[in-house]
Design a protein around this ligand. Structure first.
Ligand code: PMP
Length: 421
């Protein structure tokens, strides 16, 4: 866009081609002003679950605006937030009885980290080390970058990032090493918490690991009273096949972060769910033990109404069946690449499919990334590879035929791997 004053996220403007302007969204599609339809194969950064502009969510937003806009959430409350909190507690893994609202995935993780440190401090045990998993991503604020993988994304900010203890990604056949490393780190009882993306590490390259690892990590955490934080910002709301990925490991974390699909992908909202023990550690007549966190837009009523409509959709519509059907389709369709020498690691977890294009230089800055993105966009497909990792993470309304178009394009795109820079 000529004359634009917008500085876009994760965008190198010096090399970015002209950006299409989106005038309309509909189902699995984005539409440009001249009516070009682009299939949103990444759910607009993993937020859209059912479809763009699900009618029930749009109606809920419209009707909420008849009575409410923003209301300060310290000292006051409102129905949409109260109802949503009750619904979230009922849906979440057992024992997560308290809901703290914020407005993005990153803030929900910041809140989780602060809750963990507050818990130990208020209990008279100043444990402050955080254990993280290699290749993790938890957001782009200083705190969330600190607990995420270090690399080109955060090299400039490294001096401000706090130290963490890192356990290896539990790659196939090496799961025990990860568990042993965690066990060693918890022996001194200095770790305040472990934070993980359950089952799928998203921005780290759609890396997948089995639920059994999660179950074991939780067991080790419990033994050493290390809090277990599940960052379900990406994995929640059906993405991995279950409502929350933790369910597949039959675990209940001490703290769970949710955002993205919370409003069906319509409005920014996040929640950090915590156990009663964590709430109680902050509950006191001593005001110094207050949980000191707020954002201006905490529990925005319109966003809460959108999230309530989303919960209603999960309750009344056959969403679980849709998710199961999509998961089956993804597994079937990506399987065609499992023996294809141009690719490796064709994989799925629930509705998420990924595969790595074999290239000379892998990694996020692999030159092939932007070329792939342009190739797909020319074909009306929004695919945003993480370097050489191509993934398909679509809204649940996507059809088998649309997925076929996508995988056909992925097949053709493999030709881009070998050549020039
Ligand atoms: N955690 C995870 C696992 C994520 O995938 C993301 C976003 N991709 C975040 C946290 C940060 O969320 P947000 O961009 O809404 O701040």
């Amino acid at each position: 866009m000529n004359g634009s004053a917008v500085w876009h996220p994760f965008t190198q403007h010096a090399v970015e081609p002209a950006m299409p302007a989106i005038a309309r969204t509909d189902g699995a599609y984005l539409e440009t002003h001249d009516g070009r339809r682009i299939l949103d194969a990444i759910s607009s950064w993993w937020v859209v679950t059912h479809a763009h502009r699900h009618p029930r969510i749009m109606d809920a937003i419209r009707s909420a605006t008849e009575t409410l806009d923003q209301v300060i959430f310290a000292g006051l409350t409102h129905e949409p937030a109260e109802q949503l909190a009750s619904a979230l507690v009922a849906m979440a893994p057992a024992g997560l009885d308290w809901v703290f609202y914020s407005d993005s995935g990153s803030t929900s993780v910041e809140v989780a980290l602060k809750m963990a440190l507050g818990f130990h401090r208020n209990n008279g045990l100043p444990r402050s080390r955080i254990v993280v998993m290699e290749h993790s991503y938890h957001g782009d604020t200083i705190g969330t970058m600190s607990v995420g993988a270090r690399g080109v994304f955060n090299a400039a900010y490294e001096p401000l990032l706090f130290e963490v203890d890192t356990i290896a990604f539990p790659a196939a056949g090496r799961e025990q090493e990860t568990l042993d490393a965690f066990e060693r780190l918890t022996r001194g009882r200095e770790a305040a918490a472990l934070i993980v993306e359950p089952l799928v590490l998203g921005a780290g390259g759609m890396l997948m690991y089995p639920a059994s690892v999660l179950t074991e990590l939780k067991r080790i955490a419990e033994r050493s009273e290390t809090l277990f934080i599940a960052d379900e910002v990406m994995t929640g709301w059906g993405r991995t096949g279950a409502m929350f990925a933790c369910e597949q490991a039959a675990i209940a974390p001490d703290i769970l972060c949710t955002s993205k699909g919370l409003t069906g992908g319509s409005l920014p909202l996040a929640a950090t769910l915590a156990t009663d023990a964590i709430f109680c550690a902050h509950y006191s007549r001593n005001r110094a033990r207050t949980f000191f966190h707020s954002s201006s837009y905490t529990a925005n009523p319109i966003a809460c109404a959108a999230a309530l409509a989303n919960v209603g959709i999960w309750n009344d519509e056959p969403v679980a069946e849709r998710v199961a059907a999509l998961s089956r389709m993804q597994a079937e369709k990506v399987a065609r690449f499992s023996q294809d020498a141009r690719f490796e690691n064709a994989r799925t977890t629930g509705t998420i499919a990924a595969l790595d294009l074999r290239v000379g230089k892998a990694g996020y800055l692999a030159e092939v990334g932007p070329r792939l993105r342009a190739f797909f966009l020319e074909r009306g497909l929004l695919v945003r590879p993480l370097g050489n990792v191509i993934y398909v993470l679509p809204p649940y309304c996507v059809t088998s035929h649309e997925l076929d178009r996508l995988y056909e394009a992925i097949d053709e795109a493999a030709e881009l791997a070998g050549d020039k820079k």
